[in-house]
Design a binder for this molecule. Structure first.
Ligand code: FPP
Length: 247
């Protein structure tokens, strides 16, 4: 049985979040510049998106550029931004063919104008697609988004249109950049690192975490399928006992 066939379609995670890590190490292993790793990471992005559609995943969120990544050498930041623009351009057709809607979260106003414009065009063009929502976290950090949400709520309280008593966990989550999406049930990180790195801290509260040694440029749809199969073997208890969950 293929890995895809081993996936139980009735118990799919609705939302998978990924930290794509290891591009730099992958390039270094080949004696190349870090940027070569990012360029080869694009193939892994395409294969993972196609695999997510094949498996029936409704939401896929990829950490493409963190707020902290702005501190990398200028050459690498410029190359990554150019790669994002060219990839968005080239891959819009793949997104259309697979009925994938593109979305982006993060402090998008910090992106170079060209990158922002290409992104908005692709988001608009793919907005009618319904099979899967691909969200790119760009210039994103979770603490930034939580502070932004708190600030927005504070403004509404100041204007007298919100009573602090009406702030609940559900209501707070609608103020986050992922408002309207289910929380990820599964979070995958490549390259053997075991960290969350300021990614979706509020949303990952009950997520199953899956770590693989594979470096991102080597990640393929079969690796995604393996992660889903592993997720389906786990018991999600949400703080309850195993007996309670089974009953
Ligand atoms: C982490 O590897 C990867 C990134 C910071 C960038 C991810 C970008 C891509 C995969 C390029 C294309 C993406 C899209 C969505 C079009 P790292 O550089 O931190 O690797 P290291 O830990 O080995 O140094």
């Amino acid at each position: 049985m293929s890995l895809l066939e081993q996936i139980d379609k009735d118990r799919l995670p609705q939302h998978i979040a990924v930290i794509m890590d290891g591009n730099g190490r992958w390039a270094k292993e080949q004696g190349k510049l870090r940027v070569f790793g990012h360029q080869n990471g694009v193939r892994a992005v395409r294969d993972t998106v196609e695999g997510a559609v094949e498996a029936g995943i409704s939401f896929l969120t990829l950490y493409a550029f963190s707020t902290e990544n702005w501190n990398r050498p200028k050459f690498e930041v410029t190359a990554l931004m150019e790669l994002l623009v060219s990839t968005i351009n080239k891959e819009t057709k793949t997104l259309m063919d697979n009925e994938v809607r593109l979305n982006a979260i993060g402090n998008l106003s910090a992106l170079p104008a060209k990158c922002y414009q290409q992104l908005q065009e692709a988001i608009k063009k793919t907005s009618g697609n319904r099979k899967c929502t691909l969200t790119l976290a760009l210039s994103y950090s979770s603490r930034w988004e939580i502070v932004e949400a708190a600030r927005k709520l504070g403004e509404q309280i100041k204007l007298g249109i919100l009573d602090p008593k009406d702030i609940s966990e559900e209501m707070f989550s609608t103020q986050l950049t992922t408002g309207g999406m289910p929380d990820p049930e599964l979070m995958i990180r490549t390259s053997g690192e075991h960290r969350i790195s300021n990614y979706l801290l509020y949303q990952l509260a009950y997520s199953e975490l899956y770590f693989t040694q594979k470096l991102w440029p080597d990640f393929r749809r079969e690796d995604l399928f393996e992660a889903i199969i592993d997720y389906q073997k786990r018991e999600r208890r949400f703080g309850m006992t195993s007996e309670q969950v089974k009953n």
